[in-house]
Design a binder for this molecule. Structure first.
Ligand SMILES: [Fe+2]
Length: 229
């Protein structure tokens, strides 16, 4: 299983606060059957330059790498890139793609997406050679973005949802519906900390397996590993 969205790099954003916490999160993920963790620290272009962010990310990763025990999941570096008007013109944006693959995890604004927001993401999808994955898609359904989401998916975007979406009783039905319809195709823990937002990938998989059958887990894995190739 691949965790497509996580804040496991130490002391980099609002996620893991230390190497020890990162190791604890990775151990939990490993025990949940995750063999590949995409590390996606927040990137906000209005707060930091791209080069500074990449430098900090590299530094944090190096410290963690040196402390990694055998049998831990492999870590691929990425970012959770916060949308802003003009993002499609950011020089070097592709450097925020997940290492080795052409996928950018995009965090959309928490409001109703205007036509110009949707158009800009469409522009990214049309003019770049990478795929855009919309992060934690479940957060946008209440904001009357359903149509816009469908529009972006039809243009080649993919949607990731958090494991918690499947675990919470109040949202489980919608989560399973969106997985079944193909709206959601990738899952992430979006884990931030051991106490406050621990990874719940195993719980989510259990629910998916019980309610929809193992073929949906296989489908998630098939797509996920094919994207990593
Ligand atoms: Fe996140």
């Amino acid at each position: 299983m691949i965790d497509w969205h996580s804040h496991v790099l130490p002391a980099l954003d609002d996620g893991s606060r230390s190497v020890d916490e990162s190791l604890a999160l990775l151990k939990m993920l490993s025990e949940q059957g995750v063999d590949t963790v995409i590390a996606t620290p927040h990137f906000y272009a209005d707060r930091e330059s791209l080069s500074s962010f990449l430098e900090r990310r590299e530094g944090s990763y190096k410290i963690l790498r040196d402390a990694l025990a055998e049998g831990m999941p492999r870590i691929l570096l990425g970012a959770e890139v916060s949308y802003y008007s003009g993002i499609s013109r950011l020089e070097g944006l592709s450097r925020l793609c997940i290492e080795g693959i052409d996928i950018l995890l995009l965090e959309m604004p928490f409001l109703k997406w205007t036509e110009s927001i949707v158009r800009e993401v469409e522009l990214m999808l049309a003019s770049t050679s990478y795929t855009v994955v919309l992060a934690h898609i479940e957060r946008y359904f209440d904001m009357r973005n359903r149509e816009a989401i469908e529009r972006l998916l039809s243009r080649g975007a993919l949607a990731q949802s958090n494991a918690g979406f499947f675990c919470r009783k109040g949202t489980r039905r919608l989560a399973l519906k969106l997985l079944r319809s193909g709206t959601v195709s990738l899952i992430g823990s979006d884990t931030h900390s051991v106490e406050q937002r621990p990874p719940r990938i195993d719980e989510a998989c259990e629910i998916i397996e019980k309610k929809l059958g193992n073929e949906y887990i296989e489908k998630i894995n098939r797509l996920g590993y094919s994207l990593l190739e």
